[in-house]
Design a protein around this ligand. Structure first.
Ligand code: ADP
Length: 255
């Protein structure tokens, strides 16, 4: 039996998914992309094939993601839009719009019949509305993703965060803390500001429900709930949100 390998070399993390011809997953792994996407891709490839049951493995490899051109051994290189759409449609054929929020970009992909890409919008220019906005705030204020994700449980009232630039947002937060505002209310404001940016992208792609949220930021439950509230529709988390594009790439390797 041949394998189907999908490699998603993202700006922040790289993922591999190994499927067999029947689409059964044999291995998935994630690691930081680091400075050398080519080396990361090679190590993920080797690790995946060490988990394949045949001694002389035969199969096809599709690479995607920001660093997709750093995979010289790939049989095919495909865009993240194509791979995300494929992965999301395979998981949830009812989904009409995929919202992917990664480390340095955010994408909204509207799907039509058969999972065809009907429209998409992307932000890869500005940290606001991507994982790096949260990363900077987590680093600057010594927080954890766990604290962000569970914030919704306390139902804090979001404060207005007017700065869209992360550097200015950090100063604004310092100012709000100095005025005595609670960190929870500030963080709720940060989530609302990021969610508003994503909603603008959803409108640009004329996204419609049902929505599926993928990418590392999909692990942030507070943001998922904020998006649902602003879009007035359920936004479901993909089952392995960071692997949607790698899964789609692996499926496309066999098509
Ligand atoms: P890439 O763009 O490289 O594909 P990912 O989809 O893996 O990136 O997303 C990386 C981002 O996911 C990080 O920048 C971080 O903000 C976010 N993230 C990672 N783990 C968590 C978590 N447990 N909770 C909330 N956010 C997370």
């Amino acid at each position: 039996m041949e394998y189907r390998l999908g490699l998603d070399i993202g700006s922040t993390t790289s993922k591999v998914v190994l499927l067999d011809e029947d689409g059964v997953c044999h291995f998935r792994q994630i690691q930081p992309t680091g400075l050398d996407g080519r080396e990361t891709a090679t190590s993920l490839w080797k690790e995946a094939l060490a988990n394949w049951h045949e001694e002389s493995p035969r199969g096809r490899i599709v690479a995607t993601g920001y660093g997709r051109c750093r995979v010289p051994f790939a049989h095919q290189i495909l865009s993240e839009i194509t791979c995300h759409a494929r992965g999301a449609f395979a998981e949830r054929p009812d989904i009409r719009t995929v919202i992917d929020i990664g480390g340095q970009d955010a994408k909204v992909i509207r799907l039509g019949p058969g999972g065809r890409v009907e429209d998409f919008a992307m932000n890869d220019r500005c940290a606001a509305g991507t994982g790096s906005f949260f990363d900077a705030i987590v680093r600057r204020f010594g927080l954890s993703f766990e604290r962000l994700s569970t914030l919704y449980e306390q139902r804090p009232k979001p404060l207005d965060i007017s700065s869209t630039c992360v550097v200015f947002a950090e100063s604004e937060i310092v100012g709000l803390l100095a005025e005595g505002h609670a960190m929870e209310e500030i963080l709720a404001g940060v989530h609302r500001a990021v969610a508003q940016r994503i909603v603008a992208l959803v409108r640009q792609a004329r996204g419609i429900p049902p929505f599926l949220l993928s990418g590392g930021v999909a692990l942030n439950e507070t943001l998922r709930q904020e998006l649902s509230a602003l879009l007035e529709a359920p936004v479901d988390q993909a089952s392995y949100p960071q692997f949607t594009a790698a899964y789609g790439a692996a499926l496309l390797a066999g098509e």
